[in-house]
Ligand binder design. Structure first.
Ligand SMILES: [Zn+2]
Length: 282
């Protein structure tokens, strides 16, 4: 399996428990990270020091290594772009940023990696119009499918042998889970971090095709998040405001949208490798 993410830490906040579960069961997992996250703020006051700020790229690379070791990734590969920053920020103009790069170049780069790593399953992001529209997230979504097509094209001017990915998924943010989490805060008399802005986010849960049972793997996701010390405050009510066992039961599954499949599979689906006959264990 191969996941493509925009920034270091996205691999821990989206689909981490799923990847941990599959790698524990013998799957080989590759992460392609599009940018170095250079534009991210330091969100944890405990590590907000001038030294860390001056060396943010290297600090975030070390965090990424620690987090992906926890999740169980076999390979971590950088697509090699600079973080584009938030929408309409100055960083969008930086010549090395992902957003400024010609799309054909990004597609070819990712397609070459698909030929090299030969994943059967690829996990990307959903239609950005329905969710988080950070330019790097939008661009990940825009290049994924064209890169898969290019990687499989025997006439493409690209290094490596053609490779056909069999299934494409998007990570889904589940509104039902957010609402359930919000209600749990209220039930326990705690202040919910989900304000009106969150509760009004559009509901795309009808697009969920695939639910992966990750009971027993939630802690790996928490530990991976915590490895991103500059991005995740261990005292944050957003990530860690509820008792661990309550959070684990609220997050007992991770949701995905199957964009397409080249193999026959069921809907709804509980296994990303359903229909794929290759052995994931040697
Ligand atoms: Zn991100």
């Amino acid at each position: 399996m191969l996941s493509i993410h925009a920034h270091p830490d996205d691999e821990s906040s989206k689909g981490a428990a799923t990847t941990a579960k599959y790698t524990d069961n013998g799957a080989h997992a590759t992460l392609v990270c599009a940018t170095g996250g250079e534009e991210g703020d330091i969100l944890n006051p405990a590590v907000n020091t001038p030294e860390v700020l001056a060396d943010l790229f290297n600090v975030r690379m070390a965090e990424l290594k620690a987090a992906t070791d926890i999740i169980g990734y076999d390979i971590v590969e950088m697509l090699g772009y600079r973080d584009s920053g938030m929408k309409d920020s100055e960083a969008n103009e930086h010549p090395d940023c992902f957003w400024a790069a010609p799309m054909t170049e990004s597609i070819a780069r990712f397609a070459t990696m698909l030929r090299r790593f030969r994943p059967h399953v690829v996990i990307s992001y959903g239609d950005p119009m329905g969710g988080y529209d950070h330019p790097d997230h939008v661009r990940v979504w825009e290049i994924t499918d064209p890169a898969i097509v290019l990687a499989a094209d025997p006439t493409a001017d690209l290094d490596g042998e053609p490779w056909q990915v069999l299934k494409l998924y998007n990570s889904m943010w589940s509104k039902a889970r957010m609402v359930a989490t919000h209600e749990k805060y209220e039930e326990l008399g705690l202040e919910s971090p989900f304000d009106k802005r969150w509760l009004e986010r559009p509901d795309h849960d009808h697009m969920i095709t695939t639910r992966i049972d990750v009971q027993g793997w939630y802690q790996r996701r928490s530990d991976a998040l915590l490895a991103h010390a500059t991005q995740v405050d261990p005292t944050s009510p957003f990530w860690f405001g509820l008792p661990d066992d309550v959070m684990a039961s609220l997050n007992n599954e991770e949701c995905f949208e199957r964009v397409w499949s080249k193999v026959e599979t069921a809907s709804p689906e509980i296994d990303m490798f359903a229909g794929i006959e290759v052995a994931t264990h040697g």
